[in-house]
Design a protein around this ligand. Structure first.
Ligand SMILES: NC(=O)c1ccc[n+]([C@@H]2O[C@H](COP(=O)([O-])OP(=O)(O)OC[C@H]3O[C@@H](n4cnc5c(N)ncnc54)[C@H](OP(=O)(O)O)[C@@H]3O)[C@@H](O)[C@H]2O)c1
Length: 324
């Protein structure tokens, strides 16, 4: 069985350098994908309260642990505090609920999903709106993070991290935190590499996790253009790999940890089969030409548009790095 190598986090824990993303994986598709993934050697699973699949992942884990196929300590389980739980007094409640859903007694890495809080109405109302506007609030992410630190002291969480933070937010957090974040999870793929943010993280020994690493190709959408670029195809031919495998290797070779989502078994197998080659420094440079800073996750997302409007004081996470 092939296992991904691991990277040592700044607190000493090890994280596999490839994870399985689970956004949009629901019900039986989620169950099948996570089960296949763990059986074929994936040891890093990325979920979130927002994804509404923690109980399914928990069920698969319990079954495979019960059947002695894996041990709990072999799986690096990542989940995220959703934005409606940013009020410091809500943080432990949310974490305990997620532990229950996942059926585990600790989370390996707990991320603040975004720096922007949203009003809590109920556990089921994940994006409460008023007059067509998301009800974002001004809870300071530093206060939320301090409550997250408490979870580490309680042993509910091993490592903390943040997601969708920009450079200034990360720097401010580093000035105020006591438990250093081990990881920053950001959108990162050939068209949006975010080099300045990666360099900042490298300076502070914070591991960058690359979300939407494959640029979210879908059966119904055309592939991003770079998939058919001659340079990428030439590398795929040279190494006997697919364009997707070259992209994942590229993200690993520039020091990030990609977490591709895959429901199809063939994709799961392909994405794990990237540990028998490296790209040369010249080849990494060639692939950098695709970095046009095109974001996938901004244009038609009401949530972050409304965050932009209200939270000027927190300088929204989704500005381009080069603007910061
Ligand atoms: N922190 C955040 O705010 C945030 C935001 C977005 C995503 N994430 C995390 O990052 C994960 C990955 O991002 P994503 O789901 O947005 O996009 P992605 O991983 O870039 O793309 C997923 C798509 O790629 C397809 N795919 C997988 N392997 C492939 C291969 N080898 N060749 C061709 N196509 C392939 C999948 O198809 P099939 O499913 O049909 O196999 C799926 O349609 C998420 O699932 C989530 O865990 C975090």
């Amino acid at each position: 069985m092939k296992l991904a190598p691991t990277v040592k986090l700044n607190n000493g824990y090890e994280m596999p350098i490839l994870g399985l993303g689970t956004y949009n994986l629901k019900k039986s598709r989620c169950e099948a994908a996570v089960c296949h993934a763990l059986q074929m050697g994936y040891r890093h699973i990325d979920t979130a309260y927002l994804y509404r699949n923690e109980s399914i992942i928990g069920k698969v884990l319990a079954k495979l642990i019960g059947d002695k196929i894996i041990k709990r300590e072999q799986v690096f389980l990542v989940t995220k505090l959703w934005d409606i739980y940013h009020e410091p007094k809500m943080v432990k409640y949310a974490c305990e609920m997620q532990l229950k859903l996942l059926g585990v007694d600790y989370i390996d890495l707990y991320l603040m999903h975004s720096p922007v809080g949203v009003d809590y109405i109920s556990d089921d109302d994940l994006m409460p709106h008023e007059n067509d506007q998301l009800r974002t609030n001004d809870v300071d992410y530093v206060d939320t993070y301090k409550s997250l630190e408490h979870l580490v002291h309680l042993g509910l969480v091993r490592s903390l991290g943040v997601s969708n933070f920009n450079a200034s937010q990360l720097k401010r957090l580093l000035e105020h935190c006591q438990v250093k974040p081990v990881s920053l999870q950001i959108e990162c793929h050939p068209e949006l590499v975010q080099i300045p943010l990666i360099e900042l993280c490298n300076m502070h020994n914070i591991t960058v996790v690359a979300y939407s690493p494959l640029g979210r190709p879908k059966a119904c959408n055309p592939l991003p253009e770079y998939y058919t670029d001659s340079k990428l195809l030439a590398l795929a031919a040279k190494y006997g790999k697919t364009p997707a495998q070259i992209i994942l290797r590229y993200l690993i070779d520039i020091g990030t940890v990609p977490i591709p989502k895959a429901a199809q078994r063939a994709h799961l197998v392909e994405n794990l089969d990237i540990f028998d080659f490296h790209l040369t420094p010249e080849e990494l440079l060639q692939l950098k030409i695709f970095n046009t800073e095109r974001r996938i996750w901004i244009n038609n997302n009401l949530y972050y548009k409304s965050s932009f409007q209200r939270l000027s004081n927190l300088s929204c996470a989704f500005r381009r790095c080069s603007d910061i």
